[in-house]
Ligand binder design. Structure first.
Ligand code: UDP
Length: 566
């Protein structure tokens, strides 16, 4: 069993270890990994063999599944998935049935995505009551309020993705809906963008907003004006992001089962209505080996880790407790899973490759294409052993490969599991070399210096009191005159890295990820509105599935803060 960091122990104690009725932990972290390994191997014929394999996989911190699996596996009616999409149809029955299902999902630690575009616009006719409609944003506020209340009793904050398509008559209010910092705090919002809209922006054309109830044109606006509003709001508050619906649907593996109109809260899994997905991430900082005094990637260990992780995620679909029959039906038909990575920035540091470099981009492509290839091999092996997913004959995979799972890979944000694994988030660069981490449920704030940075600086004899105080003050070494350019480039942090390198990393990983990549393009406070426009436009040109930016300081509450702000 790997030694856990103090942060990991604290998070596990607060939220993951099973507790007695009076709130005391009744299991150790080791027992947690045993509980999860035992439950997730319970469908295996050789279950004690796989229990041991899974225990080793988890306790070595080479791979961790998404939080609901760690929290709920082996518990009565344990719901193990992190990602859901639910339908919202244009009637109160559907709106409030989905709200009820949402609350159940949040209570179990899952996150929900909704596309609200089927709802008639605000002030539109409601025949049954002879009244007028509240519109999508009115109902989103109700969802938001419900999420807020469930949060108080739950183990983690319920997260929502709210999407409105760019041709909905309420799109302007939607784009502005998070301007005021206190509204829709439990929602990430994204505009559902089509290629037709992007072409209208580029050629400065008119754009029609269409009432989804009557299918008639409500009014005509300038595409460019909508684009400029999106950009201004994103610059101001980080919302809205964009979801590129046409790009997503080109790689929808099961088009006959439906069109995809939505993703989970952080964007890494495009899903059909009622579909759910289990995520898990390989800790890249653990797949290196020391050879002739330098670190190299241990491809053999990586391959073994991938095969076992895919089996683990596929097992979850079989042993999971499904909250409602609709979710069970479509999830079992497609068996979508999302194996991704965490610790990418730390791997680059250990290999001494600057994040903002072509070498890093080339390695990202090589690494993720290996992960995809091995994931598909693992899923194919499972299909031979257990059968292909039900919709396989109707899927895009049919002519290529027999698979157990309609999708295999996603790059999740790993917001908590990377803390448990004590590595850097997902594929993000280090946010800062020292930072204050605000407690996830609003608990204590802690100051941390990145351990790999510290280890490396000590190894090359560059750690001094001067460096330490500068790092604690600014989170960076970029202004220390005595440190060479090449060392500085290895330790560039999120805000030092030009935005196009953030995008290039997203693109490199997206190229070899069948689901999507959750990535925040972190920008310094000084970033301009034009830069945000360039980023969003480049994201579409690169055929990314979605894009989110965050300009430092533009939200009241942010999870990571540079020390200097406190
Ligand atoms: N998620 C959620 N609430 C949260 C964080 C995450 O519902 O507070 C869901 C959401 O669907 C998100 C997914 O979990 O897209 C994966 O997030 P992350 O990788 O950060 O989760 P972790 O497993 O690290 O907790």
């Amino acid at each position: 069993m790997c030694i856990l960091s103090n942060n990991a122990i604290q998070i596990l104690e607060e939220r993951y270890l099973l507790k007695s009725k009076d709130g005391c932990a009744i299991e150790t972290p080791q027992a947690l990994f045993k509980r999860v390994a035992k439950f997730v191997s319970s469908n295996e014929e050789k279950n004690s063999f796989y229990e041991t394999q899974f225990y080793k996989l988890l306790s070595s911190l080479k791979f961790l599944p998404n939080s609901p699996t760690l929290m709920n596996a082996g518990c009565k009616n344990g719901q193990l998935s992190a990602c859901f999409v639910l339908p919202v149809k244009d009637n109160l029955e559907s709106i409030f049935t989905t709200l009820k299902n949402t609350v159940l999902i949040h209570q179990s630690g899952g996150g929900t995505g909704f596309n609200f575009s089927k709802l008639r616009p605000k002030d539109d006719l409601v025949t049954s009551t002879n009244g007028t409609s509240s519109g999508p944003i009115g109902f989103m506020k109700i969802y938001d309020a419900a999420t807020e209340q469930i949060k108080q009793g739950g183990k983690r904050r319920g997260a929502n993705m709210g999407i409105l398509n760019v041709d909905h008559p309420d799109i302007i209010d939607f784009i502005r809906s998070k301007s005021s910092k206190k509204t829709l705090e439990n929602f990430n919002i994204s505009v559902g963008i089509t290629d037709a809209f992007m072409n209208a922006v580029i050629h400065n054309l008119d754009w029609q907003l269409v009432n989804p109830r009557t299918k008639k044109v409500d009014r005509t606006v300038s595409a460019k004006a909508i684009w400029e509003l999106i950009i201004k709001e994103a610059w101001l508050s980080g919302d809205p992001g964009l979801i590129f619906l046409d790009t997503i649907n080109i790689s929808n593996p099961t088009p006959r089962a439906g069109t995809i109109s939505c993703t989970n809260p952080c964007g890494e899994v495009p899903l059909l209505d009622y579909e759910s997905c289990n995520l898990g991430s390989i800790n890249l900082s653990k797949i290196l080996k020391f050879h002739n005094d330098i670190y190299i990637i241990d491809w053999k260990t990586l391959s073994k880790t991938i095969h076992l992780s895919i089996r683990f995620l596929d097992n979850i679909i079989s042993v999971n407790h499904y909250l409602i029959p609709e979710i069970k039906a479509i999830t079992i038909e497609n068996r979508k899973i999302g194996l991704g990575v965490m610790g990418w920035a730390e791997l680059l540091i250990l290999l001494e490759i600057p994040y903002a470099s072509e070498d890093a981009i080339q390695l990202a492509k090589k690494l993720m294409s290996f992960i995809k290839k091995e994931s598909y091999k693992a899923s194919e092996n499972l299909s031979i052993e257990r059968g292909a997913f039900t919709n396989w004959k109707d899927s895009l995979h049919y002519s290529h490969q027999k698979l157990r799972n309609a999708t295999c890979n996603s790059i999740a944000p790993t917001g908590t599991i990377s803390v448990i694994a004590n590595t850097s988030y997902s594929i993000e660069p280090l946010f800062a070399l020292a930072y204050n981490r605000v407690g996830i449920l609003g608990g204590k704030t802690q100051t941390e210096i990145n351990a790999i940075f510290l280890q490396k600086m000590k190894a090359i004899n560059l750690w001094s009191e001067e460096v330490e105080s500068e790092v604690i003050k600014t989170g960076s070494i970029q202004h220390i005159a005595s440190i060479s350019k090449s060392i500085k480039s290895i330790f560039q942090t999120s805000l030092d890295i030009p935005w196009y390198y953030h995008l290039k990393h997203q693109k490199a990983f997206q190229n070899h990820t069948d689901n999507a990549v959750s990535k925040t393009i972190n920008l310094p406070e000084t970033a301009t509105i034009q830069e945000v426009s360039d980023i969003y436009m480049t994201a579409w040109n690169l055929s990314l599935k979605g894009i989110t930016i965050y300009r430092y300081g533009s939200k009241d509450h942010q999870v990571l803060q540079k020390c200097s702000l406190n």
